[in-house]
Design a protein around this ligand. Structure first.
Ligand SMILES: [Zn+2]
Ligand SMILES: [Zn+2]
Length: 240
């Protein structure tokens, strides 16, 4: 899909900032003004869930110690805010597929210590939504990461079997209920004993990824991690 046409476009047009669209020096990067507004999360924070551990020496946050999440490791490139949100929306609804490469570029340093048989797995869309949109935005990011890391992408083992209503405005318990039973593993043999790395664009409460992790573990995955482009780090942003 990203063949010759895409390549030609890269040569024909001057590179533009992935945030504001101004002409910039580098393809798929951010201009200085946008860069200053971005809060990169990196590999710091809670070893497990990645949330910032302000001013403590601890390796894990209190929440993960009290109740270990279904996901063994969560990492996001950037804190959710105006620019990361716009990048995610333009990929999803504006079909700016080059942005998947931008996301992958900033996700690349967050690679875990996986062996070569780890599987990249985009959080699936319900098939009606996939038909409507024509592509899964997280699938495009997974393809880009696969190219960088040489890991397999699996878009078929995990299925979204129930359409879920938008989770916006729901609290944690309501979200968990809304996604219960939404996912199913179609080919358990393909994931048994392997590390599955879920790929998502925006992480809000994590209920969706947790629901995926639950069924993947039940189907025999040895480890389930989550990599996402942007993540809500302040609860006040959740209700937006
Ligand atoms: Zn910019
Ligand atoms: Zn934690």
């Amino acid at each position: 899909m990203l063949g010759l046409g895409n390549l030609l476009l890269d040569f024909a047009l001057p590179p533009r900032c992935a945030g504001c669209g101004d002409v910039s020096d580098e393809v798929g990067a951010f201009c200085a003004a946008c860069w200053r507004q971005l809060e990169w999360l990196g590999n710091s924070g809670c070893q497990r869930c990645g949330l910032p551990l302000a001013g403590t020496e601890a390796e894990m946050c209190g929440r993960c110690l009290a109740e270990p999440p279904k996901l063994d490791r969560i990492r996001a490139a950037v804190a959710y805010d105006e620019i990361p949100r716009s990048v995610a929306l333009r990929l999803k609804y504006g079909r700016k597929v080059a942005l998947a490469r931008t996301m992958a570029r900033y996700l690349a340093p967050l690679r875990g210590e996986w062996s070569g048989d780890a599987i990249l797995m985009p959080i699936p869309l319900h098939r009606w939504r996939l038909w409507g949109r024509g592509f899964n935005q997280s699938g495009l990011v997974a393809q880009e990461l696969s190219r960088r890391w040489g890991l397999e992408v699996d878009c078929r083992s995990l299925m979204r079997v129930k359409r879920t209503r938008p989770l916006k405005g729901l609290n944690h318990i309501q979200r968990r209920k809304a996604v219960a039973g939404a996912f199913k593993v179609a080919r358990p043999d393909d994931i048994k004993g392997r590390t599955v790395v879920l790929i998502d664009d925006v992480l809000t409460s994590g209920s969706t990824a947790e629901a995926c992790a639950r069924v993947l573990r039940r189907a025999g995955a040895s480890r389930v991690e989550l990599l996402c482009w942007a993540r809500v780090v302040r609860p006040s942003q959740l209700m937006r």
